[in-house]
Design a protein around this ligand. Structure first.
Ligand code: HEC
Ligand code: HEC
Ligand code: HEC
Ligand code: HEC
Ligand code: HEC
Ligand code: HEC
Ligand code: HEC
Ligand code: HEC
Ligand code: HEC
Ligand code: HEC
Length: 401
């Protein structure tokens, strides 16, 4: 991040800064319908509130270069800042009388921006669910429907069909490829390698650009998350790919020389979605949360599915949570931006957990840092007080009627 990406050319106008923040972030905030968008405060009835805190400006709450006061999610205000505008909440709701303003956020009750899994109507709809649903609702991947339609008539490619020059026909590689979905779907050696003059094997273009032509969606979302954003097409200056050596999170020492491309998770000659979903990740990530994965119930289920004891859709891998399957019309593909549902973590409730668990159970799990660190290895009661409040309101309404 260059200084000019926020400050513009001269260190001048506040609107330059505001525009910069919005140009990178607004689309994502709007996607989850921000609870406090600017438009809420341009309403004259709310203008008074802004004299306490100018919430139309991102920098009122997210001040840069102040590590000593910066909290999680880049917030630089005191923990009870909601009080500036919501002093009267205790009058409106008896139930909130005892609560301190420092408890509004980050405990599974409210967020400032994204409340899509926390607003009252949503909770009411899910007020009485068991900890675990009977049947998980994870859809199957649909793959490249158009390509497969076009190539359906052609029989799968065989060992002898490999079209690489003899010098490159490594026996292992040819054998692996012949068993892969690429060979089945008529993708030959040259379809990836032709991107490179004279079969230059060393270029990073081979590991990403050669995949893009066919896997457009995966490429787009890969370049929106931390793994791929340094390669985003919209960057004016080309950066080197992300690498464990550039990370602030703990990474495996022997992964330091690697770079993040498509082939860090997919062996191009033998793409294996099971390997990609957990063991590939653990080749680089070495923080406590990640290394605890295989001791959790989820991790055990994942082992079981690898051993053929249950279908992969009923197990939970790293990718189940961080790269969930997205449904668009009839098509289902894997989200390749692992930051899309990472913050605040209640984003995972709708996209991931509620496919298998009741909402109250997941509110409790996600509100706990210990649970996250242990990768959900501890057992839970399946109770969250936010849900009690909702159930009380349902009762009150029934009485009124
Ligand atoms: C992510 C956006 C962002 C980036 C990138 C950024 N700044 Fe800032 N900078 C800010 C914000 C926000 C403020 C506070 C502005 C305000 O209060 O109105 C600020 C304030 C400053 C100030 C005023 C003194 C202070 O600490 O408040 C200086 C000097 C400054 N930045 C220098 C830099 C330099 C040099 C770089 C590149 C190394 C840089 N900034 C990169 C957002 C950014
Ligand atoms: C009144 C304070 C306030 C203002 C103004 C504000 N934020 Fe936030 N922001 C927060 C808080 C608090 C969080 C922590 C997570 C939450 O509660 O939603 C947060 C979290 C975030 C996050 C990370 C989590 C997420 O939901 O993606 C981003 C990115 C973000 N803000 C960007 C912005 C941008 C861009 C603006 C200006 C358009 C802005 N914020 C204005 C308070 C504010
Ligand atoms: C050039 C694009 C760009 C600009 C300009 C930019 N950001 Fe960001 N911001 C990012 C990226 C990339 C991340 C990290 C992505 C992620 O974690 O999903 C990020 C992360 C954040 C976060 C979350 C931080 C955390 O620790 O969790 C907040 C809050 C945020 N930005 C606010 C702002 C504000 C306020 C401004 C304007 C002063 C701003 N950003 C300007 C690209 C930008
Ligand atoms: C700068 C003033 C301001 C601040 C600070 C503020 N809010 Fe709000 N909030 C509002 C306004 C204005 C509304 C809209 C009220 C209405 O429509 O009646 C609102 C609405 C809400 C709603 C209801 C949203 C809906 O659509 O149902 C929630 C929940 C909420 N705020 C939580 C919070 C939390 C939690 C914080 C602190 C992290 C916070 N607010 C900080 C001004 C603010
Ligand atoms: C000429 C088109 C084409 C190119 C180039 C291509 N693929 Fe594929 N890929 C396919 C087709 C067709 C399938 C068949 C399965 C499907 O329908 O998704 C597939 C399947 C896959 C799968 C799923 C495998 C499975 O077991 O289900 C992965 C992962 C994959 N490709 C990764 C890559 C990577 C990484 C690259 C670049 C190094 C690449 N592909 C280049 C067409 C292509
Ligand atoms: C889906 C795209 C794709 C297909 C199909 C493909 N390759 Fe590759 N190949 C790659 C990529 C990407 C690399 C670089 C791998 C790396 O950097 O880790 C590579 C590397 C190689 C290497 C260098 C050795 C190695 O393991 O890195 C050889 C040799 C090779 N391919 C031969 C072939 C042959 C022969 C075929 C057909 C039987 C073939 N490839 C089919 C994408 C593909
Ligand atoms: C080649 C190494 C490598 C592999 C393989 C890899 N990652 Fe990463 N990952 C990274 C690096 C480097 C970062 C950036 C970390 C940083 O900035 O501190 C990252 C970032 C992340 C983040 C964002 C963290 C944050 O705080 O913004 C998540 C989540 C993540 N990876 C999950 C996964 C998952 C899940 C897998 C497997 C499906 C995986 N990673 C595979 C290297 C890797
Ligand atoms: C049941 C869901 C789930 C599973 C399974 C899971 N994670 Fe996470 N992961 C989370 C949640 C929730 C967070 C916290 C997000 C937050 O609070 O911002 C997280 C955070 C992370 C982070 C960011 C850590 C940080 O400090 O910023 C990384 C990296 C990560 N996970 C990697 C992995 C890897 C690798 C695996 C598999 C070995 C894995 N996760 C398995 C849900 C999961
Ligand atoms: C961090 C690891 C990781 C990286 C990097 C990665 N993938 Fe994937 N990819 C996965 C996982 C895990 C799945 C399977 C998810 C599932 O089973 O739900 C997958 C699935 C796929 C599929 C199968 C079907 C689908 O719809 O998503 C294709 C094709 C694919 N990836 C291509 C790519 C391409 C092209 C790139 C580079 C732009 C890439 N992947 C980068 C981990 C990764
Ligand atoms: C594909 C289905 C599935 C998804 C998605 C899923 N889980 Fe689970 N989870 C399970 C199953 C099955 C168990 C094991 C239940 C048992 O054996 O009692 C479990 C166990 C747990 C446990 C441990 C309970 C204990 O007593 O040890 C926690 C905590 C948990 N899940 C939280 C989450 C959270 C949070 C998410 C979303 C980020 C999530 N899960 C996503 C299926 C899922």
């Amino acid at each position: 991040m260059a200084c000019t990406s926020c400050h513009g050319d001269g260190f001048s106008d506040a609107s330059v800064m505001q525009n910069a923040c919005e140009s990178c972030h607004l689309e994502a905030l709007n996607k989850f319908s921000d609870t406090h968008p600017k438009s809420k405060f341009t309403d004259p009835r709310n203008a008074e509130l802004l004299s306490h805190l100018d919430a139309t400006q991102c920098v009122s709450c997210h001040r840069e270069h102040k590590p000593e006061i910066t909290r999680a999610y880049g917030v630089t205000l005191a923990k009870d800042f909601c009080a500036h505008c919501h002093q009267d909440i205790a009058e409106e709701r008896d139930s909130h009388k005892e609560f301190g303003f420092e408890t509004c956020t980050n405990s599974g009750c409210h967020n400032y921006h994204d409340n899509t899994a926390l607003y009252e109507n949503f909770l009411r709809k899910h007020a009485n669910e068991p900890a675990l649903n009977k049947k998980p609702k994870i859809p199957a991947l649909t793959g490249l429907v158009e390509w497969n339609k076009k190539n359906k008539q052609t029989p799968p490619l065989q060992l002898q069909d490999a079209d690489a020059p003899a010098a490159y026909k490594d026996e292992n590689i040819v054998n692996q490829w012949a068993l892969s979905h690429h060979a089945t779907a008529n993708v030959n050696c040259s379809q990836c390698h032709a991107q490179n003059d004279n079969w230059q094997i060393t270029s990073t273009a081979l590991t990403i650009d050669s995949c893009i032509e066919c896997h457009i969606k995966q490429n787009e979302s890969f370049k929106e998350g931390k793994h791929g954003m340094r390669l985003a097409d919209k960057l004016s200056k080309k950066l080197s790919p992300m690498s464990p050596a550039l990370a602030t999170l703990p990474m495996h020492q022997d992964a330091m020389s690697q770079i993040n491309t498509c082939v860090s998770c997919h062996d191009p000659h033998q793409p294996d979605l099971t390997f990609a979903a957990a063991d590939a990740c653990l080749g680089c990530h070495q923080d406590e949360h990640s290394t605890n994965f295989y001791s959790s119930k989820h991790g055990q289920l994942w082992r079981d599915s690898q051993n053929g004891l249950l279908p992969a859709e009923q197990a939970v891998s790293c990718a189940t949570c961080h790269m969930p399957r997205l449904k668009k019309g009839k098509k289902v593909h894997a989200e390749h931006n692992q930051n899309a549902n990472l913050q605040p973590n209640s984003k995972m409730i709708r996209s991931v957990c509620s496919n298998c668990h009741g909402v109250e159970f997941t509110l409790e799990a996600l509100a706990s840092d210990e649970q996250i660190q242990s990768n959900f290895s501890n057992s839970l009661e399946g109770h969250h007080s936010s849900m009690d409040l909702v159930r009380d309101r349902i009762e009150q309404r029934k009485k009124k009627q």
